[in-house]
Design a protein around this ligand. Structure first.
Ligand code: CP
Ligand code: NVA
Length: 300
């Protein structure tokens, strides 16, 4: 197999994604019994973070430690990345030293340019357009709690952002129906929507979107880089808050997910995120297991 990148979910096909989820589930069970398989001994992952992170950083670092490899955290503040060295140059230099590179950045296009010049697999650790690693964890979490997501209804409430775009990709790859309810000017991008065809229903009414849903998902109203719009967005997105009133319209056994970090009282109320339908801690923990499976897929 030649070198593969994971810049968005559609870089892998449906079978490959399902295999990764299956591997993640069995790997997690093995780890819970105290068994660790060092399948990536001697391999090195470089991680460039141009935005903050808790989950992505710790899960990738722990994943490499468990697998017998090593990870290097690179911040723009103390590397030449922050001093304007072209991404094409950084990509060529790093790929002569490490086996895989993870990047969290702003413009998705920068990530693509980086990948074009890299000789080793590049993983998107979040861009302004996509967050594919989070979807691996979300899909694993759904499978663990409810079995196959095929044919189920997922409601996305709020911003048509990077997470929403990755949910759109997931809808066709995992074959579920995705209802997106967003204010009109905050809808997901048309070209991303078009790629998912009839799996998507675009709405403005959150009640219509959540009705009888099997899974309810939301995310922050202002993503990293949009902090200045925070107050304006709070007013616009208020009707999309996932609270007990809205959640009561979903199926009785519906799950609630949020990639975190969350703002209780904004996009979700505390009784929902801390309540019995919420699986956000499993979802966050599964970043570790699904990314281990992804690293093995890309590096072995
Ligand atoms: N969900 C997620 O990617 O979290 P971090 O920003 O903490 O990495
Ligand atoms: N949409 C959020 C996700 C954070 C993990 C952001 O981009 O900030």
């Amino acid at each position: 197999m030649g070198k593969r990148h994971f810049l968005c979910l559609t870089d892998l096909n449906s079978n490959e994604l399902h295999d990764i989820i299956e591997r993640a589930i069995t790997g997690k069970q093995r780890l819970l019994k105290g068994k660790i398989q060092q399948t990536l001994k001697g391999k090195v992952l470089a991680m460039i973070f141009e935005k903050s992170s808790t989950r992505t950083r710790v899960s990738f670092e722990t994943a490499m430690a468990h697998l017998g490899g090593h990870s290097i955290f690179l911040s723009p503040d103390d590397t030449q990345v922050g001093r304007g060295e072209p991404v094409e140059d950084t990509a060529r230099v790093l790929s002569r030293m490490v086996d895989c590179i993870m990047i969290r950045t702003y413009e998705h296009e920068k990530l693509q340019r980086f990948a074009d010049y890299s000789d080793v697999p590049v993983i998107n650790g979040l861009s302004d357009t996509f967050h594919p690693c989070q979807l691996l964890a979300d899909m694993q979490t759904y499978y663990e709690h409810r079995g196959s997501i095929k044919g189920k209804t997922v409601a996305w409430l709020g911003d048509g952002n990077n997470m929403c775009h990755s949910y759109i990709n997931a809808a066709s790859l995992f074959d579920f129906n995705l209802r997106i309810a967003s204010p009109e000017s905050y809808r997901p991008r048309t070209e991303i929507l078009q790629s998912a065809g009839n799996h998507i229903e675009l709405l403005t009414d959150p009640k219509a979107a959540i009705k009888n849903a099997d899974l309810v998902v939301t995310d922050v109203w202002a993503s990293m880089g949009q902090e200045a719009e925070s107050e304006l967005r709070k007013a616009i997105f208020r009707p999309y808050q996932v609270n007990a009133g809205l959640m009561a319209l979903a199926k009785q056994d519906a799950l609630f997910m949020h990639c975190l970090p969350a703002h209780r009282g904004d996009e979700v109320t505390a009784d929902i995120i801390d309540g019995p339908q919420s699986v956000v801690w499993d979802e966050a923990g599964n970043r570790l297991h699904s990314q281990k499976a992804l690293l093995e897929f890309l590096l072995k």
